[in-house]
Every structure is written in structure tokens, then in C-alpha cells.
Design a protein around this ligand. Structure first.
Ligand code: ZN
Length: 404
């Protein structure tokens, strides 16, 4: 049975220590290296598609979350406020939206700036009960790939289509295979804010953006402030969860009194879109560890190349090769301890994509014999060519270990 908690332990990706607290995993160097590569990729994808990145703190004054509606609608899922004094209380944020509304409000805005796409990989907190916590899939401290897009009402449809394209690109690069698309709508009950006309318009816009996509409608699954598109994944144990989301929000722009100056000089209210391309780093990696059984594509493998000198005679050549690999931007290790067979098996156990075997003949010729994680072995080639081959697959973020 594939389980990301067991693989996470075996591959030294993360640890859950009861002393740190349930649902508060610690990313170990191998897991952090993989996550860092994924974060860099997502940030670059967002930069290329017109997002601007910000930093905001993971806690804020109680009043901020009263204004946003979170304390009114979402308090059950939040940690209790932290009290410094009677009139000074802070809240560990359950979402990034309130801070990003303040980014929009930091100065006057013109229609020329829209859509304004504010992105952040930021921390937030949920007071999950300890019984439901496990590994990375349900946590209390969440690192969310998030963005809020402030746009004119007539820009919403095009923007949602654009975001769906980015989600598809990110899923393809990471090896995420969605289990389905879901359009989450209002259900019975009074927990929803905003007027009927707004809800109907938003639901129509999302249906329009999903034209040609197979999806199911889920009444009652909408956020309290608007309808959303959720993209679902299924883990190895068959549990379904949301990995990517696009939400329409007419409510927060009202609450924060957001406005921009239109081309005719009048003031208009923007629409706010909440969107996450790949969800939280925790849930994403819980999924990726299981989907790849720990054998990540080379571009986010914790170690991409292990250099294996056959004996002590190649120690200098191995160190030199590793230095050149590091300079080329690769994550590399030299493993010189123990029998060659044991070292090959250990690298295979750790799912390292490329092994570079360096015998006396290769060292003398400046060559390297590459073996791949899947058992394929290549004829010795010049070491520079071997590094270029690996670097090329990494730069292309290819799912394959060899060029096609
Ligand atoms: Zn949001």
C-alpha cells in the first residue's frame, strides 16, 4: 500500500514530531530541496503570466478578520485569537485574502492596472482536530500557493479561462493527474453572502469558462462568498480532495470598499478572484509522493545525480565532477563508502534519477557512465555531455530521464 507518510520517512522528506505538535510537519533537507524547486517553478509560471508577488505576515489584528468576514463565517476552523491586551488581539490567518485586499487598497487604482494579479506563497493556519491529522495531507500550518486577481466585472470570464490554462500547465509539469472538475454552487441554508443576481452571474461566468471541459455540479459546496471551480485529486487510499481552485468573490471588494477609477473618471468596484494553481505545498507533496512513489521527475528530485567512484583512485575526479555539476545548477552527491553494488542499491532506494559511475578508465578519459533510475545504462560519454544531458532534461522539466 502506497502511503506518503511511509515514503516520506524512508526518503527523509519530512518528519512529524509530537514535540512540535500534530499537523505541524518539519520539511527535512531532501523534502525542502524538492519543494524549493517546485516553488521556483510556480513563481516563474506566475511571473510570466503577469502576476506580481508580495509578502504578508501570517497573522493580523482581529479587526482585519472581522472586516473580512472570516471571524463571522469561519471561526470554527480558526485558532482562538492571541490576546496581548484587552484591546489588542491578533489572529493566525485562515486565508491570505484580507492582506491582499490591503495590497489593492495601498493606493488609488486605475482601470489601466486591471487585472491586478497579486500572488504569494504564504503561511496560514487551520485549527484541525488532532484526530484527522496525518503526514502532509491534513495539517494545521499551511503554505498556500495563492493569488488574488482584482479585475473589472467584464474581465472575469477571460481571466478564469487564463487561470485554467495555467493550472493545466502546472499539472502537466508536476505529474498531477486530476480526478475531475467540480463547479461548486450554493446550496440550501443562509450561510451565503451577496445578492442573488451576483451569484447567478458568477455561476454563469464559471459555466462559460468550463465550456468543453467535463465537470460535475456540486450544490452546497460553494464558499460563503461565491461559487468556485475545484479541481479534484484522489490519493492512494482513494480519498478525494481539492488541489486547484478558482473562486469568484463579489463580497470582499464590498467589505474592504475596494474601488478603481474607470476610463470615464467614475469609481467602480472590482471583482476579486481567489485562485490556487497547485494548492498548498503540504497537500501537493502528499499527492506527488504517492503519485510518483517517491521517484519525482528529475527537475524536482532532491538529489539529481549521485557520483560513484569505483575505488579511491577516482576520488579527485569524482570531487571535480561534482563541483562542475553544482556549478551547472544540479543537486549532486558523491557516494564513495562501501561496495559499488551497495551504493547503486542505495541510490535506487532513494529514487535518485541519475547515477554516474566513475572507474579508472572513465576518470582518465574525462568520461562518465550514466545509469538511470529505471535500470537503463548508457555507454560512457564525455562528462560534459553527461552533465549537459541531465541539465537539459531538468531545464525542460521533462518527465523523461532521456531526451525523446
Ligand atoms: Zn483568497
Amino acid at each position: 500500500m502506497i502511503d506518503h507518510r511511509r515514503l516520506g520517512r524512508e526518503l527523509d522528506l519530512f518528519v512529524s514530531d509530537p514535540l512540535a505538535g500534530a499537523g505541524l510537519p518539519i520539511w527535512l533537507p531532501a523534502g525542502a530541496a524538492a519543494r524549493h524547486a517546485v516553488e521556483e517553478y510556480v513563481r516563474e509560471l506566475e511571473r510570466r503570466s503577469g502576476h506580481q508577488h508580495v509578502y504578508s505576515p501570517p497573522l493580523g489584528k482581529r479587526e482585519l478578520f472581522e472586516l473580512s468576514g472570516h471571524l463571522g463565517y469561519f471561526a470554527d476552523d480558526m485558532f482562538p485569537p492571541l490576546r496581548l491586551s484587552a484591546d489588542d488581539e491578533f489572529v493566525l490567518r485562515p486565508a491570505l485574502c484580507p492582506h491582499h485586499a490591503l495590497v489593492f487598497r495601498a493606493r488609488g487604482r486605475s482601470y489601466r492596472e486591471l487585472p491586478l494579479r497579486v500572488a504569494e506563497l504564504g503561511g496560514m493556519y487551520r485549527s484541525e482536530r488532532s484526530g484527522v491529522l496525518g503526514g502532509l495531507s491534513r495539517v494545521r500550518a499551511i503554505s498556500l500557493n495563492d493569488a488574488h486577481i482584482f479585475c473589472a466585472p467584464e474581465q472575469v470570464g477571460e481571466e478564469v479561462v487564463e487561470i485554467l490554462g495555467l493550472i493545466r500547465a502546472a499539472h502537466a509539469a508536476l505529474g498531477v493527474r486530476p480526478a475531475g472538475f467540480r463547479l461548486s454552487l450554493r446550496g440550501p441554508g443562509g450561510k451565503y453572502v451577496g445578492d442573488d443576481a451576483q451569484w447567478i452571474r458568477a455561476e454563469d461566468l464559471l459555466r462559460g469558462a468550463l465550456a468543453g471541459v467535463e465537470y460535475v455540479e456540486a450544490p452546497g459546496e460553494a464558499a460563503f462568498y461565491g461559487p468556485k471551480i475545484d479541481i479534484q485529486i484522489v490519493d492512494a487510499a482513494g480519498r478525494e480532495s481539492t488541489i486547484s481552485t478558482i473562486q469568484v468573490d463579489f463580497d470582499k471588494p464590498e467589505r474592504f470598499d475596494l474601488s478603481y477609477t474607470d476610463s470615464d473618471g467614475g469609481r467602480r468596484r472590482p471583482v476579486m478572484l481567489h485562485r490556487s494553481l497547485v494548492g498548498s505545498m503540504e497537500r501537493l507533496f502528499a499527492y506527488l509522493i504517492e503519485a510518483h512513489e517517491g521517484a519525482f521527475p528529475a527537475w524536482y528530485a532532491p538529489v539529481q545525480l549521485v557520483v560513484l567512484p569505483v575505488d579511491d583512485g577516482q576520488a579527485d575526479a569524482a570531487a571535480d565532477l561534482a563541483r562542475r555539476a553544482v556549478d551547472a545548477g544540479l543537486r549532486v552527491e558523491v557516494d564513495a563508502a562501501g561496495s559499488l553494488g551497495a551504493r547503486v542499491r542505495d541510490a535506487a532506494r532513494r529514487r535518485v534519477p541519475y547515477l554516474g559511475v566513475l572507474g579508472a578508465r572513465e576518470a582518465a578519459a574525462g568520461a562518465l557512465a550514466l545509469r538511470l533510475r529505471d535500470g537503463r545504462a548508457l555507454a560512457p560519454m564525455p562528462a560534459d555531455a553527461a552533465l549537459a544531458l541531465i541539465g537539459g532534461q531538468v531545464a525542460a522539466r521533462s518527465a523523461d530521464l532521456l531526451p525523446g
